[in-house]
Ligand binder design. Structure first.
Ligand SMILES: Nc1ncnc2c1ncn2[C@@H]1O[C@H](COP(=O)(O)OP(=O)(O)OP(=O)(O)O)[C@@H](O)[C@H]1O
Ligand SMILES: Nc1ncnc2c1ncn2[C@@H]1O[C@H](COP(=O)(O)OP(=O)(O)OP(=O)(O)O)[C@@H](O)[C@H]1O
Ligand SMILES: [Mg+2]
Ligand SMILES: [Mg+2]
Lengths: 256, 256
């Protein structure tokens, strides 16, 4: 059984890419077969895995528009058990090209159906918008993780995102299930962090991951070396947090 | 003469809204007449000015689609000299509705032409994408400020943004001029911040604002009280930084 998980939030800079890359790596370290899909034209998840976007001859763009079989665009990363379906700037074009297609929401779903079964987890990094690329991710996924930065502005976007998840569930993807809200960049010295945590736990109770990702400068340094946090500094606070998250996630899912 | 300035960067969470709100307030404190336009469906600039999005009966959405004259949607803020053209969730619909219109890039430009002359500065807060709302802002503007968070991932998106600015300049808005890159969330203790600053200054030389906005927790606290930084804590590092930026901006522009 393959769990396809979208990492989504239209608010920018909340830790979607950092979560998608490092949770994938942590799951691979736990012996799971993982595919990371980069659905953001910025291609941050691709460079976070150490790949140069300019060197790519194929990407998720080609697989989406069915120019090539998806397997051809998938590459192995430096992490054993973790593969990547990379993105580059071409992906911007996909949003415009897909908008006139019939069944425009299902292109990624169709793409991933061809390879599901080969991976235990597929994580999809989404761009900061609720456009067609994110809708494709939410249609292909059976679960969603919502990273939430512990800041005031980030709280504001939550109700809009939850409305979109309900719309998707009632239309193109009835099996879509929110796995949980993940608090990120939590700073123990900062009042706002504590206020956001209290408010989120009050409203969402058991739909909040117990694991909280603290602000940790090592997490923002790692991608500049093209490494995930375990390759960069496996004993730091950030690495332990994503390791704990991986264990919590595995505990939530089926044991398939 | 009205200077219309888009605050844009498709990378999320880099300080676009924080800059648009607090630079507008700083310019108003310098005695300028300022209009802040919220072009992000998240409506963060609107709540950063202390307004409840749910209470709005009209918004930039209605003015864009010409349901009402733009003056009717503009409201005064608690800051003397600073008005707001607010946004709410309806704005998500505009992106879809405009895509099939002829001259879809010019809707905001047409809207602002009716009121230009009444303001010395118009600042437009953009969403974290290069979709039609941002394209409308870049078509209506004569200048662009690009906030850049001092982090690795934020650097990656810069070349894509500059390509888009060139495309806009060569097509729908020949007078578009980049005022400068604004370094935000600079943390003196963090190596990455210094590396990003060196690299940006080397590549962009005089197209980087001398003013740097340091990371300052007061800037992230202010919006939770519905206040700009000058109403919340006028002596803090964040307030002084945006005051300095306003003076630098006024020095760059014509004395019109
Ligand atoms: N826990 C953390 N501690 C410190 N820095 C972090 C943490 N998580 C993420 N960052 C840094 O914060 C910035 C924003 O994170 P990231 O790019 O992962 O967010 P995002 O939601 O993917 O952004 P976008 O909306 O642009 O896709 C990055 O520079 C990243 O390195
Ligand atoms: N200089 C700063 N110091 C500390 N916190 C800051 C600073 N500038 C912005 N912030 C905080 O960082 C977060 C991101 O900033 P902001 O929302 O302004 O970015 P944005 O680019 O508008 O995001 P989006 O891409 O979602 O529109 C906010 O919670 C804000 O309060
Ligand atoms: Mg990202
Ligand atoms: Mg914003």
């Amino acid at each position: 059984m393959t769990e396809i998980i979208a990492v989504a939030n239209q608010k920018g800079g909340v830790g979607k890419t950092t979560t998608a890359v490092n949770l994938s790596a942590a799951l691979a370290l736990e012996g799971q077969r993982v595919l990371l899909v980069d659905m953001d034209p910025q291609g941050n998840a691709t460079s976070g895995c150490g790949l140069e976007k300019e060197d790519l001859t194929t990407s998720v763009y080609d697989a989406l528009l069915e120019n090539i079989p998806v397997r051809q665009a998938i590459i192995a990363t430096s992490m054993k058990g973790m593969d990547l379906l990379p993105a580059n700037g071409n992906l911007i074009g996909a949003e415009v090209e897909l908008v006139h297609e019939i069944g425009r929401e299902y292109f990624l779903k169709r793409c991933l159906e061809r390879i599901s079964g080969e991976y235990r987890y597929v994580l999809i990094d989404c761009p900061p918008s609720l456009g067609l690329l994110t809708v494709n991710a939410l249609t292909a996924a059976n679960e969603v993780i919502v990273p939430l930065q512990c800041e005031f502005y980030a709280m504001e976007g939550l109700s809009q995102l939850l409305r979109t998840l309900r719309l998707i569930k009632n239309s193109v993807n009835p099996r879509l299930h929110m796995l949980g809200i993940l608090l990120t960049m939590f700073d123990v010295r900062n009042n706002i962090s504590h206020q956001v945590r209290e408010e989120v736990c009050r409203h969402f109770r058991d739909r909040v991951f117990r694991t909280v990702i603290n602000r940790n400068v090592r997490l923002s340094e790692a991608p500049s070396f093209g490494k995930n946090i375990f390759e960069y500094d496996e004993r730091c606070v950030g690495a332990l947090a994503y390791q704990t998250l991986a264990k919590e996630l595995m505990g939530k899912g089926g044991n398939g």
